[in-house]
Design a protein around this ligand. Structure first.
Ligand SMILES: *Cc1c(COP(=O)(O)O)cnc(C)c1O
Length: 412
């Protein structure tokens, strides 16, 4: 059977190891080793200078982590995959690979809290500018791009606003301006969204979320689709242009990721490989429940509004359908009358957990304004459209009736 013709699950479950295991272990062994021994000085030289692909040191590569990367490569059709130890490590490693003093990133204010802080505080200190625009307005995006723009960065469904930009339109601008499109796709996993089909060049995923399989561990992925012509982009300094389509991965793997030292650890790669195996099953269950909850909550008198792009009444429903089909993430938000009502609701919950994080097997509730965005000034929260009246729900795998009962009693 041709491996390329297998289904998503087939590719996922049957990616071969790069070398056969000595004991024919059916699960990938966890190689908890910092370093690797060599038969000769010559073999060592080859490995250290990149003439062979043998492992040298686990900050750089590790067989268990590589197996996890290979599986993600098999299901995404990517050119290369790099696994880091958190979603933020993936974002920072990817951006630092292409940004330098004087460059700018064009993005939206609708960003994950730490990404926003990484851009406006950490990167700003190194002279990298962040330009905010409305990603749903292609002309505004285009007018913010100039000769020093090193990336367009966006989240495919923003959190907690749940805004959906038109990826095909943005990817057209990215091609025309020769600026790579980097997208954080954490909210919709690989089984429901194919980044390559929408012209995304570099995909970032916090694998802490769906992939870890029940919040077992932190992780992040940088997925390079090898579909950006780095040669056409003279503004991207420091990339090895002789590497062609591999320029970004070359810089990332040979320099940035080694120097920043945030590679995934083997134990985590093992857990996340297992999580990956049940990804689409869990996603189906959680998104089925998510839609039912969003619909039911809309009918409760205490609920002012419900925001989920899977609802036919949602302003982004059409574009969301086009890009993510019927399953646009297992997360929704709803608004209550006031911050006090939100706190009261959270305090009354009996089954649903008061916690941050997304896509645990357990359903989680949080008031984003006072927590994730709690240290931001009210002005910044307002600019980011993070409301005091919003509750965010990450839907888990519980029975929908049990969840509805908890919502109903806590809202009363
Ligand atoms: C959680 C999250 C991140 C950060 O990932 P960590 O694994 O927590 O570092 C980035 N982007 C989005 C959309 C997230 O939900």
């Amino acid at each position: 059977m041709n491996k390329d013709e297998l289904s998503f699950e087939g590719k996922l479950l049957h990616s071969p190891y790069s070398k056969p295991d000595a004991y024919n272990a059916l699960s990938m062994p966890v190689y908890n080793s910092a370093a690797y021994e060599f038969d000769s000085a010559e073999a060592m030289e080859s490995a250290f200078t990149g003439k062979s692909t043998d492992h040298t040191y686990s900050r750089i590569t590790n067989p268990t982590v590589q197996y996890f990367e290979d599986r993600v490569k098999a299901i995404t059709g990517a050119h290369s995959v790099t696994a880091l130890n958190s979603g933020m490590a993936a974002i920072s490693n990817a951006i630092i690979s292409i940004a330098q003093t004087g460059s700018n990133i064009v993005t939206s204010r609708h960003l994950f809290g730490n990404t926003y802080s990484f851009f406006v505080s950490t990167l700003a200190a190194f002279g990298v500018e962040t330009r905010f625009c409305d990603m749903t307005n292609p002309e505004q995006l285009e007018s913010n791009i100039d000769n020093n723009t090193c990336a367009i960065f966006l989240e495919i469904i923003t959190n907690p606003q749940l805004e959906v930009a038109d990826l095909k339109a943005i990817s057209e601008i990215s091609k025309q301006k020769s600026v790579p499109l980097i997208a954080d796709t954490t909210i919709v996993p690989f089984c429901a969204f194919c980044a390559k089909d929408f012209g995304i060049n570099i995909e970032i995923v916090s694998s802490t979320k769906y992939i870890s399989g029940g919040a077992t561990s932190l992780g992040g992925l940088i997925v390079d689709y090898g579909n950006f012509d780095w040669l056409s982009s003279p503004k991207l300094h420091g990339l090895a242009k002789d590497q062609g389509l591999n320029s970004f991965t070359f810089k990332l793997r040979k320099e940035i990721h080694r120097n920043l030292g945030a590679y995934m650890t083997p134990q985590v790669a093992y857990m996340q490989t297992l999580g990956l195996e049940t990804l689409s099953l869990r996603y189906q269950r959680a998104t089925d429940t998510c839609l039912i909850l969003a619909e039911k909550l809309k009918e409760l008198p205490e609920v002012v509004s419900v925001n989920y792009t899977g609802l036919s009444t949602n302003r982004y429903n059409e574009i969301s359908q086009k890009q993510f089909g019927d399953r646009p993430g297992a997360m929704f938000t709803f608004n209550l009358m006031s911050r006090e009502f939100c706190f009261d609701f959270l305090n009354k919950l009996k089954l649903i957990k008061r916690a941050t994080n997304l896509f645990d097997n357990k359903t989680l509730a949080i008031h984003p304004a006072s927590t994730i965005f709690g240290t931001f000034t009210p002005e910044v929260r307002k600019e980011m459209h993070v409301s005091d009246k919003t509750i965010r729900i990450s839907v888990g795998l519980e029975d929908v009736e049990d969840l509805l009962a908890d919502f109903t009693q806590a809202l009363r």
